[in-house]
Design a protein around this ligand. Structure first.
Ligand SMILES: [Fe+2]
Length: 234
């Protein structure tokens, strides 16, 4: 059961890594079969609400599709279960930054909040990169309501199925140079990253450092990922 896999993740370490670095590796969450099944959904356009050709919007090169409701069961379960563990950390962050926000304990209540703000379209997506594709540095913000974390799952095997294509994270620090992270993920592995910023400790409390993420160029092969964004889109 995916719920017990999520419940058994090392949450204290994940929380610590999020606080210190703005992201955390979560280890292997999906089996090879789950990865293959999820990426095989990509060709069934009827279960997606929209397809984005990144080059058209100058977002990069490659494409992705947002799932339509109802989400595939595995995706819906991942979103619901991960939210439960991330919401308390999200509230601690907002408190540290003095931001008035209270993320409810369960995803259903949070999505109701999104819907009241006109954000009604589901945001989990599958991304498909071929040789030469990449994703420019960006943030996934789709309205006023923004959950501060999102989770990325690697559905393809690095080296065997593709080379290059690392998850990139850049932390823009005030009055300092930006810090880059390149994250190589094995098939089935997940990483949780901050959506926009993290609280960093200064001499007078916490301040924000801004984050953007992207994907470096895929040098060969094909790479699929599943992105689980928690807030819905306007
Ligand atoms: Fe993104």
């Amino acid at each position: 059961m995916i719920s017990s896999v999520i419940a058994n993740l090392p949450w204290p370490e994940i929380s610590k890594s999020l606080w210190n670095s703005g992201y955390a590796r979560m280890g292997r969450i999906l089996t090879q079969a789950q990865c293959e099944e999820t990426r095989s959904l990509y060709s069934d356009t009827s279960i997606f609400r929209s397809r984005i050709d990144m080059e058209r919007y100058r977002f990069g090169r490659g494409e992705y599709q947002y799932f339509a409701n109802p989400l595939p069961k595995l995706v819906a379960d991942l979103r619901e279960q991960l939210y439960r563990f991330l919401a308390p950390i999200a509230n601690e962050w907002m408190y540290a930054l003095g931001i008035k926000a209270n993320f409810p304990a369960d995803l259903e209540s949070f999505l109701k909040q999104c819907h009241r703000h006109g954000q009604k379209r589901p945001t989990p997506l599958v991304l498909h990169y071929r040789q030469g594709d990449y994703n420019c540095l960006h943030q996934d913000v789709y309205g006023d309501i923004v959950f501060p974390f999102q989770v990325i799952f690697a559905l393809s095997k690095p080296d065997e199925e593709f080379t290059g294509g690392e998850l990139l994270l850049v932390e823009q620090r005030p009055r300092a140079q930006s810090l880059g992270h390149a994250i190589r993920m094995e098939q089935g592995e997940a990483a949780v990253i901050t959506t926009r910023y993290r609280p960093a400790k200064g001499s007078r409390g916490y301040y924000r450092t801004n984050f953007r993420h992207g994907v470096s160029e895929v040098l060969s092969g094909e790479r699929y990922t599943l992105g689980v964004v928690f807030h819905d889109a306007a």
